[in-house]
Design a protein around this ligand. Sequence first.
Ligand SMILES: Nc1ncnc2c1ncn2[C@@H]1O[C@H](COP(=O)(O)OP(=O)(O)OP(=O)(O)O)[C@@H](O)[C@H]1O
Ligand SMILES: [Mg+2]
Length: 277
Amino acid sequence: MSFSPNSPSLSGVEPETGSPLEAPAPTEPLIVYRGVGKHFNGRMVLHDINLEITSGETMVILGRSGSGKTVMTSMLVGLNTPDEGAITVAGIDLAHLESDEDWRDLRLKTGYLFQASALYDSMSVGENVAFPMVQQTDWSREKIIGRVRDKLSQVGLEEAINLRPSELSGGMVRRAALARSLALDPKLIIYDEPSAGLDPITGDEISRLMRRLQENLGVTSVVVSHDLRLTEYVADRVALLCEGTIAFLGTFQEFKQASNQEARRFLHRDNQGDSQR
Ligand SMILES: Nc1ncnc2c1ncn2[C@@H]1O[C@H](COP(=O)(O)OP(=O)(O)OP(=O)(O)O)[C@@H](O)[C@H]1O
Ligand SMILES: [Mg+2]
């Protein structure tokens, strides 16, 4: 395997380093959004977002296209910053992290499954999974190769180690991207539309995989999705984002039974088969 590190990666953690994600007591929320607002070119995208996500919890952020889900979750790794309010992760106010160096620990402990998977086409699947380890650690080649195999086996893709992303199906690409975001054993995983564009059976495979990771690794997960089937399978709680603010917060069962107008509208739209692009 040859490695060619050439761009920044946000997709992993390094278990040996001291971590901002290990700070809070179990009962305290790991992530807190307080009055968060965001504007682009004078247009409000997020308004007064208040949300607490507990350590070990899987929170699914639901909402229509353009409702601000990616903007909201990408703030957790500094790809967007709030114009109003504050976000704390493990008690650390993200506004206090300024330089890339300040962000490093947090990003190392965070796996980010991008909406478009973002595999490097010029690298094999194995090299993609190795990339965060090559970038962020001084591990030996043998250790990295061993961990690449381990991560690929966690997502059922051992046989694809030498294939290029262009040789994979959509579901395999998503699983390879997930293996890469697991490369450094994250404490927090952000999944942006993990099942979008996949058929229901492949989507179910991804749901089961996410569930297994939650159960086996005890990670905290923030999942952006339109997919109610996946949501039902993985969510401890759901937050419905509507016109830039949280219109509903509760368990999936509560969501299904909610009298809340936005929740009803979102569920009804899904029943008409309009929820998956
Ligand atoms: N960098 C940016 N500059 C200007 N506008 C932006 C930027 N990023 C996001 N937006 C706008 O913010 C709004 C919310 O975008 P976001 O990507 O968070 O939506 P989303 O809920 O993730 O949608 P989807 O389900 O389609 O992925 C959109 O109207 C988008 O055009
Ligand atoms: Mg999005």
